[in-house]
Design a protein around this ligand. Structure first.
Ligand code: GDP
Ligand code: ZN
Length: 458
């Protein structure tokens, strides 16, 4: 049992300006009350916030002006007493408040320990706990939305229902094994087993299909801007980055430090692929050769192909169309301020029903339409999934794949006439695997491993 009181700095999502020291545990309120000059926190109502000062007991000096929230168990995130000390004085002062809280007898929380307690105390299940982790990492509003939905327990509900279905079937087979003399029960068991495993299999496949989208939402829609030199690729990139707040992340450990840029276009997170390359050499195809560029294209989820309105279509343009024929493409006909030389009809033919947008980037024209097209491609095409439950967690995907395999083993067995009590083994395995997603058959070491990935203070 963990009954000590833990403390850590817990910044709100997206690293806001306010920093919070969070305490959780039976001594949370009394510890905070001992440091706080203001109302007696021991006697305030639960879920109230109070203005006051944190006093360093050692020196008796004021350390920080704060707002303190007191939340008593069980209606808290961890189901323990929680105190949150909101500091507005930046990192130095928040660290000082934490030090004071630790000196007063609380223990520094391990990464993810608050969430772990929430899980241990039955406040959230494992998939919800993991959603918290995704939430911390979420790069865009959309991604955050998915994480929130998952936290709401949508995936958990689905998995619970599937497990229930399997359990009922298993119970039915059990009866059959215990009372083999009833032939009609045997019949029914077999049909039921076939039917239910089919249903669950379909549902697992459906959930797995959302994995790709979940990944996209979390990691960004891999987007490559391609086109001949001088058509306006850099201008397009700059327009997208300029109009939308870009998040730049450096990925260490790659041969050269690739800089990825994320832009959030109408809720669609774009991860602009190899932007450094495009910027440096102006021509990705020339720089890395046709073969390699095909490779880059393969990894993209969306292609923005730029053409020049003031130029005739070249053989190279046609080749580019060929290379991306089976991908998500938006064609951008740029430089519409110039005299028309491009055969637009031919372009539309080559675009093969994919959107064709005209722009004059130099005049900042057409960017809105482009952004709308990007939004539509993602949310209204076959990628649309407004009320789908996304799986966006690698561990969940892995487990769902295992569950799918186990179900297929069961189905193959039934087809080959394997006795039901043997088929039952595969179905039981499926039930167990699905249970791991919601943390109902997980052993301790896995739990520790999972929670240790969390950020401190969550
Ligand atoms: P890239 O080589 O494909 O990356 O093309 P750039 O974005 O570097 O643009 C090449 C040139 O075309 C630059 O001089 C831009 O200012 C110019 N350019 C970009 N967009 C337009 C446009 O809409 N109209 C005109 N006339 N020029 C443009
Ligand atoms: Zn350029």
């Amino acid at each position: 049992m963990e009954t000590d009181t833990i403390a850590a700095i817990s910044t709100p999502m997206g690293e806001g300006a306010i920093a919070i020291v969070r305490l959780s545990g039976p001594q949370a309120v009394s510890t905070a009350a001992g440091l706080f000059q203001g109302k007696d926190l021991n006697n305030v109502d639960s879920h109230t916030m109070h203005y006051g000062k944190i006093i360093d007991p050692e020196t008796g000096e004021m350390a920080e002006e704060v707002m303190v929230s007191v939340m008593r168990a069980p209606k808290t995130f961890t189901r323990e007493d929680i105190v949150e000390i909101n500091c507005h004085g930046g990192l130095v002062s928040v660290n000082r408040v934490l030090e004071i809280a630790l000196a007063a007898g609380s223990r520094l929380a391990e990464p993810g320990e608050f969430t772990k307690r929430a899980f241990m105390n039955g406040r959230i299940d494992l998939s919800q706990a993991e959603a918290v982790m995704d939430l911390i990492r979420a790069k865009t509003d959309r991604a955050m939305d998915v994480a929130l939905k998952q936290m709401d327990g949508r995936l958990s509900n689905l998995i619970h229902n599937l497990r229930q279905k399997l359990l009922e079937t298993l119970a039915h087979v059990e009866v059959n094994i215990d009372y083999p003399e009833y032939d009609d029960v045997e019949e029914m068991s077999h049909d039921m087993m076939e039917q239910k495993t089919k249903e669950v299999h379909e549902e697992v496949e459906r959930i797995l299909e959302t994995a790709k989208q979940g990944k996209i939402l979390r990691e960004g829609l891999g987007t490559a801007i391609i086109g001949r030199p001088n058509v306006g690729k850099s201008s397009l990139m700059n327009a997208l980055v300029h109009e939308n707040k870009a998040i730049v992340t450096e990925i260490p450990g790659t041969t050269r430090d690739v800089i990825e840029e994320y832009v959030n276009v109408r809720g669609v997170p774009l991860r602009l692929i190899d932007t450094a390359g495009i910027r440096e050499t102006e021509d990705i195809v020339e720089r890395i050769g046709v073969e390699r560029s095909r490779q880059v294209l393969k990894e993209a989820d969306l292609i923005l192909l730029v053409l020049n309105y003031g130029d005739e279509l070249t053989e190279e343009d046609e080749k580019l169309f060929e290379a991306i024929s089976d991908m998500n493409v938006i064609v951008i006909v740029n430089k519409t301020d110039l005299e028309k030389k491009l055969d637009l009809e031919r372009v539309k033919e080559l675009a093969n029903d994919q959107p064709v947008i005209t722009t004059a980037l130099i005049r900042e024209e057409g960017i809105d339409q482009l952004e709308q097209a990007i939004g539509e491609t993602f949310f209204e095409g076959d990628l649309d999934a407004g009320d789908m439950t996304y799986v966006s967690n690698v561990r969940h995907v892995q487990l769902l794949k295992q569950a799918k395999q186990a179900l297929e083993d069961a189905q193959n067995g039934m087809e080959m006439g394997v006795p039901l009590d043997v088929v039952q083994i595969d179905v039981t395995r499926t039930w167990e695997i699905l249970g791991e997603i919601v943390g109902e058959s997980v052993h301790d070491s896995l739990i520790d491993q999972l929670f240790s990935q969390f950020c401190l203070g969550k």
